[in-house]
Ligand binder design. Structure first.
Ligand SMILES: Cc1ncc(COP(=O)(O)O)c(C=O)c1O
Length: 401
């Protein structure tokens, strides 16, 4: 095989049963088909309650709690804000270190930085792409020491105050083991489940193994509110504080404006919740569509010597297939990047907008001097990854096969 010739466009067209080659295929598009989006948005506008209170916010939260099985769901303006609030609520303070994986969207680290805290990178495992619990434990043994009841990084003298794993591309990280490590070191676990609505670990929705979980409803997610996010938690006190702080810490009163601490304006506007509610009503269909896409890609790429579709074989972890991902199988590492870039180039020329994984966070200019474990696995995996078009609507062509 010549690395400059390899082209997966035909295989993608075949997997998607995509006949109109002039029609572009995007990575992940919102889908309002067969939904009450217009009806609810109209009702919201007509009511005049378009901002951060209103019945759609309440209904969206109730439905989200019911779908995820969380005792509490709090709708917020976006996932980054939700993550910042969650980290604050478990006690992350300025100059603390928060343990994170280096393979994620940049928002995971940014939310930590927005609190004045420091991301501390822990390597991932290749079976989930999520934070490796063994690496985490070993690394904490190497660098951690208790002083006055706090876990201190003896290399930087800073407090380590939380663990924040990420369910990458919707694939659950091994949060059962990560929770054990967190308990062992008395650290709170905040799950970045921004991409994982509809993903489960041992029948628990992602985000609910730890103390608090965070979801995103950005336009590219499995359901969207335009822009939006949420906290989900079974901890009633975290939920109560999240609601209070996200509403400028205002004490409820018909006319008085009294705020008892410094809060944020983080609540999801009603107009966004109206869209979200309409999307959430169709979540099961969207999950089903994504399962069909996954099945079709797996069939088409089966026995391919160069690429394979990533699948976590552990039955306890169920992915929502948010971004279905190809892994390049080349042994010769020096050739992988060239092959990946050629595949991307050829597919883009054919109107298929596939994407590589995000650049490794620990190599970005603002995070390259942050503390870390060995990051061997992420360095090996990162250049091998290609996200495939995964919009739920793409499955419509498959239903007639
Ligand atoms: C892993 C991860 N964390 C956090 C976020 C931030 O969410 P938002 O874009 O809603 O701020 C996103 C995505 O957008 C994400 O993919």
């Amino acid at each position: 095989m010549s690395k400059s010739d390899y082209d997966i466009s035909k295989l993608i067209f075949k997997a998607l049963n995509h006949k109109d080659k002039n029609k572009k295929i995007f990575l992940h598009e919102p889908d309002f088909n067969d939904s009450n989006a217009f009806k609810y948005a109209k009702a919201c506008i007509e009511s005049g309650w378009v901002s951060s209170v209103g019945k759609f916010v309440d209904e969206f939260e109730i439905k989200l709690a019911s779908f995820t099985g969380a005792k509490n769901a709090i709708a917020l303006t976006n996932g980054t804000v939700a993550l910042r609030l969650a980290l604050f609520l478990v006690g992350v303070k300025q100059e603390d270190e928060v343990l994170v994986p280096p393979l994620s969207f940049v928002a995971t680290c940014n939310a930590i930085s927005h609190l004045g805290a420091i991301p501390h990178f822990i390597d991932i495992e290749n079976k989930t792409f999520g934070m490796d619990p063994i690496c985490l434990h070993k690394h904490l043994k190497k660098i951690g020491i208790y002083k006055n009841g706090n876990l201190i990084n003896k290399e930087t003298n800073r407090r380590i105050s939380a663990i924040c794993p990420v369910h990458v591309f919707g694939n659950p990280a091994d949060c059962i083991k990560l929770k054990e490590v967190a308990n062992n070191w008395s650290l709170p676990l905040v799950e970045d489940a921004a991409e994982a609505l509809g993903s489960y670990i041992s029948n628990n929705h992602c985000g609910l193994i730890g103390d608090v979980g965070v979801l995103s409803f950005n336009g590219n997610k499995i359901i969207t509110t335009g822009g939006g996010g949420a906290l989900i938690t079974n901890n009633n006190e975290i939920a109560r504080r999240a609601k209070h702080l996200s509403k400028t810490a205002k004490i409820d009163h018909p006319w008085e404006y009294y705020h008892d601490e410094i809060g944020w304006n983080d609540r999801m506007p009603n107009i966004n919740a109206a869209l979200g509610l309409s999307q959430l009503e169709n979540i099961l269909e969207k999950l089903k569509s994504k399962e069909m896409l996954m099945k079709s890609y797996c069939e088409i790429f089966e026995n391919n010597e160069i690429v394979e579709v990533f699948e976590d074989k552990d039955e306890q972890r169920v992915s929502n297939n948010w971004l279905i991902t190809l892994m390049l199988n080349l042994k010769d590492k020096s050739e992988i990047l060239e092959l990946r870039n050629n595949i991307l180039k050829k597919s883009h020329e054919n109107g298929i907008f596939i994407r590589p994984a995000w650049n490794i966070l620990s190599e970005l200019p603002m995070y390259k001097s942050m503390p870390r474990s060995s990051l061997k696995i992420v360095q090996d995996i990162y250049p091998r990854l290609i996200n495939l078009p995964s919009s739920p609507h793409l499955a419509r062509n498959l239903e007639f096969n």
